[in-house]
Design a binder for this molecule. Structure first.
Ligand code: UN1
Length: 480
């Protein structure tokens, strides 16, 4: 079987893992195995499945440092953020385990006597998951735990850029006692992804990634017959800063939101939509802070900004910056590709970049960058800010910074995103609440939170008539 290698983005000569390159036939085998194991799993009571998921949380906690190191090595995430990512998976295990002992449906009074009516959740069978490299442990946990709780088997295809993280996560699940056959992993790129999405034995497909790929996956999946398809796609997240905001807080938030994870989160702050009167001061102070950020090996504690995932991605990012300059934006700081970072031979970095003079029609103001680039867009007031925030095709996350409670709540009401923050950056969603976006960001499903299970299960409505006679809904005891 042919293989491929994942490498450390900080030092691409360093191989992290070598994995088999799977094809459609391997996907068939994986789906069959998961389907076989699923029957016994689904027969276990939900709280028992929940206990198994809680046990995974314990294993993840014991292995937190080791997994975080792997995330740093394979996905280039700085150590402290890699730890946060593993913690997100630990939190998800705790949350989903609790969900297994909570209400999972509704009980409704029947309109007829001696009759019960309730809903419950049933598994779809096997769930196909296509997961990204940027949260290679946390996002699998958002999908795998609720899918398991619902009683499903899993076939996961982690990104070929960070497959070892996906494998390590699945291994932790198995070490904790989840049946190995229930959790299948396939590797590679478009071929196994397409085979998984279109497999008739896969009852739900859960995809996190780019808009173009998401559209293809969804269209292909629906071709073979209706199934649940959940998409978690891009973002073009904005931080609105009003004149009365606490500017120190703004600087901290913008810096973390825009340059954390080298801007490679779907929630990264990509636009700073700021009232004109304070733009000069904020940009100047922010640029000084951005300049001081240290590029380096993500494993070193002193590093603030790690590499981008690969050279091609770096070129794409600076290409977008160059294009913005051609359209009239000005680079305040950064803007360059760096391949000379100490201890990171061959690694590609993008300097934390701030662009001023960005107009809302510029490409950089509309398209996802997925890199450490913050576009400053100046506006007159909150109404114009909201127009700018909403004037893109994405709707994942937004933030508003102000001390005026009325302005904050007006912004919250008017901003069209799935997640809105007040006086906090656009990143940092917490597990017990739904994660996802409006418009082209997704197709309405949410991950995490109590709704996280919806993309992996179907609702079953149950009626039990214990009257011993035929009772007719809408007819008996009603006016003719
Ligand atoms: C992502 O960028 O794909 O809210 C997920 C956050 C993280 C998850 C981000 N908790 O930034």
């Amino acid at each position: 079987m042919s293989t491929f290698r994942s490498t450390n983005p900080a030092r691409p000569a360093e191989v992290v893992a070598e994995l088999p390159l799977h094809g459609a036939g391997d996907v068939d085998t994986a789906v069959d195995r998961a389907a076989e194991a699923q029957r016994a799993w689904a027969a276990r009571p939900v709280p028992e499945r929940a206990d198994a998921i809680a046990a995974v949380g314990t294993v993840l906690r014991a292995r937190k440092a080791e997994l975080a190191e792997l995330v740093s090595r394979e996905a280039g995430k700085v150590r402290i953020e890699a730890g946060g990512e593993v913690q997100e998976a630990i939190d998800m295990a705790a949350f989903v385990a609790g969900q297994g002992r909570s209400a999972m449906g509704e009980v409704v009074p029947s309109e007829l006597g001696s009759k019960l009516a309730w809903t419950t959740r049933i598994p779809v069978g096997v769930v196909g998951m296509i997961t990204p490299w940027n949260f290679p442990v946390a996002i699998p946990s958002w999908k795998v735990f609720p899918a398991l709780l619902a009683g499903n088997g899993v076939v996961m295809k982690p990104s070929e850029l960070a497959p070892a993280c996906g494998v390590a996560f699945i291994e932790a699940c198995i070490e904790a006692g989840i049946p190995a056959e229930l959790l299948q992993v396939v590797h590679g790129g478009a071929e196994p992804a397409a085979a998984l999405a279109t497999h008739p034995g896969v009852g739900a497909v859960s995809f996190t990634g780019s808009v173009p790929t998401g559209r293809k996956v969804a269209a292909a999946a629906m071709e073979v017959g209706p199934k649940l398809v959940s998409l978690e796609l891009g973002g073009k997240n904005a931080m609105v800063v009003l004149e009365d905001a606490d500017l120190d807080l703004v600087l901290d938030g913008a810096l973390f939101g825009a340059f954390g994870s080298s801007g490679q989160r779907c929630t990264s702050t990509s636009r700073l939509v700021i009232q004109r009167g304070i733009a000069g001061e904020v940009v100047e102070r922010l640029a000084a802070r951005a300049d001081a950020l240290r590029l380096g090996d993500p494993l070193e504690a002193a590093t603030d900004v790690g590499p981008v995932i690969d050279h091609r991605s770096g070129e794409r990012i600076v290409g977008m910056v160059d294009h913005a300059v051609q359209e009239g934006a000005k680079v305040v700081t950064g803007g360059r590709l760096r391949t000379d970072v100490d201890g990171c031979t061959g690694g590609t970095f993008v300097e934390p970049t701030i662009l001023r003079g960005v107009e809302r029609h510029h490409r950089i103001a509309r398209e996802e960058v997925f890199g450490p680039v913050l576009s400053v867009i100046e506006v007159d007031d909150l109404a114009e800010a909201v127009e700018v925030v909403n004037g893109v095709e994405y709707g994942l996350s937004a933030a508003v910074y102000t001390r005026d409670i009325n302005a904050a709540l007006r912004a919250v009401a008017a901003i069209d995103t799935g997640i809105t923050y007040v006086n906090a950056p656009t990143i940092g969603a917490e597990i017990p609440l739904p994660f996802g976006g409006t418009k082209h960001t997704g197709n309405g499903f949410r991950e995490a939170g109590t709704r996280g299970i919806e993309q992996f299960s179907q609702v079953k409505t149950v009626y039990v008539d214990y009257s011993g006679r035929l009772q007719r809904a809408q007819i008996d005891n009603r006016e003719a």
